[in-house]
Design a protein around this ligand. Structure first.
Ligand code: IVH
Length: 681
């Protein structure tokens, strides 16, 4: 390093870099920012100004280097010092895969039946692309793709745009440390990207993995930045001057300590039983994860044993990928129907040869809209790719290229609603067709009733699609308030309806009459008002009356309510037939629980507190616990970070509980939660 005394500017620049990198870590990796964005920006601009005036002070780890504009002529090849290998895949997606791997490892280690179980580090198999991050003296100097394993491509310019990847490692970093891991795109980022593409009438992307792979190889880093990527580390490349931890689990802990993102859903699993349990635990958690995985990876935990096992040509004997059923499958498009949504939106829906994908059998999938269909070029009879990941609705991703046996005409959107025959029209500037029939359209009515009765809305048990279908088709229920006029006699007269079930539904309707204001608002099905907005509105206005009479300006005062949402709410309540529906619901005895007085004056013992729920609680369902916490002013978050105040853990709590313990966060059981809420009587 430079021996001459650092100048003031030089010192200030170093200080700013350290501060900014520290706050970037808190923000992107730990999800626990301590600095308001504006403050961060100020520091950032100060550093930018210094670097502009003193270009010689610019360093590779400067956070200003995350934003770059230059377009490269092509990607430069990078030769990996340590080849990037792949791992054997266990294709048996049942527990047999884990059993076979453990048996192989034991045999190769010469272990006998009575010998103790082998410890494995069990991890997620992220579905993205492998990246090698090279840190020299703690500074990120190069990022390269895997390529053919020997030679990859230099993608440093794009990797720098990934906020989660530290430009400088925390703490004592060795002279050379290559961190290997997976760059991936979260599902919500992917869905949002495609939503934006659809709104613009532009090409949508196939799946998060391909999008991430495309983004990382862009020559123009601005293109990459528009497709937000994430990263998890799982291993190492070249290392110089670092005492390697003795185990894979220890290595991941050490990497986390250096500020590198490491996923929490991992554990040291003992023998076959441990592997099988992890495989099952992750299978159950898979849909709820915010990103795609295509399996889990088991690695012999001890490095010493890893070395003993060694490699078989290009794959380590000490690791295996154990897959899950794929989230994408090919099947035949049998027909295209048009479905009418709650707001009248017409959606082309693919009827499919049933196919097992992402854990369930899928026979319908959305085609989104006619423009996207055209772009994908799908027609009846085609072999198509279906994707079902997480709880996102299955969708048709595209067609498998190939000749069609005969001519198939292109699909056209109907000019009239397939259900009520009202005109179907495209709003100005929108690519969506809508039925103009409004509440007169039985399809819209059915959807509105189903939404109203839904578990997250009025929660009317037993009022499912079969019953709603019957009620609307028979003309028994025309509107939401009509539901509350249903008696046992009317219900029992329906096909396949026993007296007992009829009574149950009447009871459920009665029980639904005291919703929270937020649920009531959500159940009305106002366009743009989802659950979160409904909660925000209820909290802000306190009473239904105030909300119904709020001006656009007053609505805009609600946090997170923008002009589109405000206009939608205002339009809804300015229509007499909507006000009438609300009045009739109230007249039928529905009484949303309003908060008394101006601002809410109930005790709010959890105001400003963030809680995380994990595992199964003895008496409260997850939704019930969340509702109680929110009523008490608290927030429920999906992941544990330094910002978390309490973790409420029930039976079979997993990695969130472990993380809480590491971070020293207070862990409560249900009784502890009730004590906090003051409902422990
Ligand atoms: S370990 C020598 N761990 O799956 C072992 N790989 O062929 C190197 N992957 O190319 C890989 N999650 O991109 C490992 N937790 C994980 C992984 C993982 C995803 C990818 C990786 C690799 C491929 C395996």
């Amino acid at each position: 390093m430079n021996a001459a005394p650092a100048t003031d500017v030089e010192q200030r620049a170093a200080e700013l870099r350290a501060q900014l990198n520290h706050h970037a870590h808190l923000y992107y990796v730990l999800d626990a920012p301590e600095l308001p964005d504006a403050e961060y920006d100020k520091l950032f601009q100060e550093l930018q100004a210094i670097e502009a005036a003193h270009p010689e002070l610019l360093t590779a780890d400067s956070p200003t280097q995350r934003v770059i504009g230059a377009v490269l002529p092509g990607l430069t090849p990078v030769r990996h010092v340590v080849p990037m290998l792949s791992i054997t895949t266990e294709t048996d997606t049942t527990e047999g895969g884990a059993i076979a791997f453990d048996a192989r490892v034991r045999r190769e280690l010469g272990l006998k039946e009575g010998d103790p179980p082998v410890d494995y580090n069990a991890e997620l198999k992220f579905d993205g692309l492998a990246i090698n991050l090279r840190y020299e003296d703690g500074v990120l100097v190069q990022a390269a793709t895997r390529g053919d394993g020997e030679t990859g491509e230099d993608v440093t310019h794009n990797v720098r745009t990934i906020g989660q990847i530290p430009l400088r490692l925390k703490g004592d970093a060795p002279p050379v440390l290559e961190v290997r891991g997976e760059v991936y795109m979260r599902r919500d980022a992917f869905e949002a990207l495609n939503e934006r593409q659809r709104a613009k009438g532009e090409r949508t992307f196939v799946n998060p993995r391909n999008t991430a792979a495309g983004a990382i190889r862009q020559l123009d880093s601005r293109q990459a930045r528009d497709k937000p990527l994430s990263f998890y580390a799982y291993g190492l490349g070249e290392v110089q001057g670092w005492a390697l931890p003795a185990t894979q689990s220890g290595l991941l802990d050490a990497l986390a300590g250096l500020g590198v993102p490491v996923n929490d859903l991992r554990e040291v699993a003992a023998g076959t039983a441990g592997l099988v349990a992890f495989h099952q635990r992750v299978a159950a958690a898979r849909d709820g994860l915010p990103f795609d995985i295509d399996g889990v990876v088991y690695k012999v935990n001890s490095r010493e044993l890893q070395q003993k096992l060694g490699f078989k040509t290009r794959e380590p004997r000490w690791a295996v990928a154990h897959k899950y059923p794929a989230q994408e499958q090919v099947t035949t498009l049998l027909a295209i129907d048009v479905q009418v949504g709650r707001t009248g939106k017409l959606t082309p829906v693919a009827r499919l040869e049933p196919v097992f994908v992402g854990g369930t059998t899928v026979s319908n999938a959305t085609l989104h809209n006619v423009f996207e269909m055209r772009r994908k070029g799908v027609r009846v009879g085609d072999k198509v790719v279906i994707r079902r990941a997480g709880d996102v609705i299955p969708e048709v991703v595209g067609r498998v290229p190939g000749e069609r046996a005969s001519y198939v005409p292109n699909f056209h959107m109907p000019r009239e609603c397939p259900v009520c025959k009202s005109e179907a029209a495209r709003e100005k500037g929108s690519i969506e067709y809508r039925c103009t029939g409004g509440v007169f359209c039985p399809a819209q009515r059915k959807q509105a009733l189903l939404h109203f009765a839904g578990r997250r809305a009025m929660d009317i048990e037993g009022l499912g699609d079969k019953l709603v279908e019957q009620l609307v088709d028979a003309g028994i229920v025309q509107s939401l308030p009509g539901l509350y006029k249903l008696g046992v006699a009317k219900l029992a007269a329906l096909d396949r309806m026993a007296d007992k079930s009829a009574q149950n539904i009447v009871d459920a309707l009665e029980k639904s009459k005291a919703p929270t204001l937020a649920r009531f608002l959500f159940s009305l099905g106002i366009r743009q008002v989802g659950e979160t907005t409904a909660k925000d509105l209820a909290r802000h206005f306190g009473t239904l009356d105030k909300l119904m009479n709020a001006s656009v300006e007053q609505l805009l005062e609600v946090p997170d309510v923008g002009p589109i949402v405000a206009a939608s709410i205002h339009t809804f309540f300015s229509q007499p037939h909507n006000r009438e529906v609300v009045e009739q619901l109230l007249a039928a005895g529905v009484q949303p629980k309003e908060s008394a007085g101006e601002a809410d004056d109930r005790p709010r013992p959890l105001l400003g507190k963030t809680l995380v729920l994990t595992g199964t609680l003895p008496t409260l369902s997850r939704d019930e616990a969340q509702a109680l916490i929110e009523e008490a002013g608290g927030k429920v978050s999906g992941s544990v970070s330094k910002k978390t105040n309490y973790v409420v853990a029930g039976e079979e709590a997993g990695s969130k509980l472990e993380k809480a313990r590491t971070l020293g966060i207070t862990v409560l059981d249900e009784a502890g939660l009730r004590a906090l809420l003051g409902t422990d009587a």
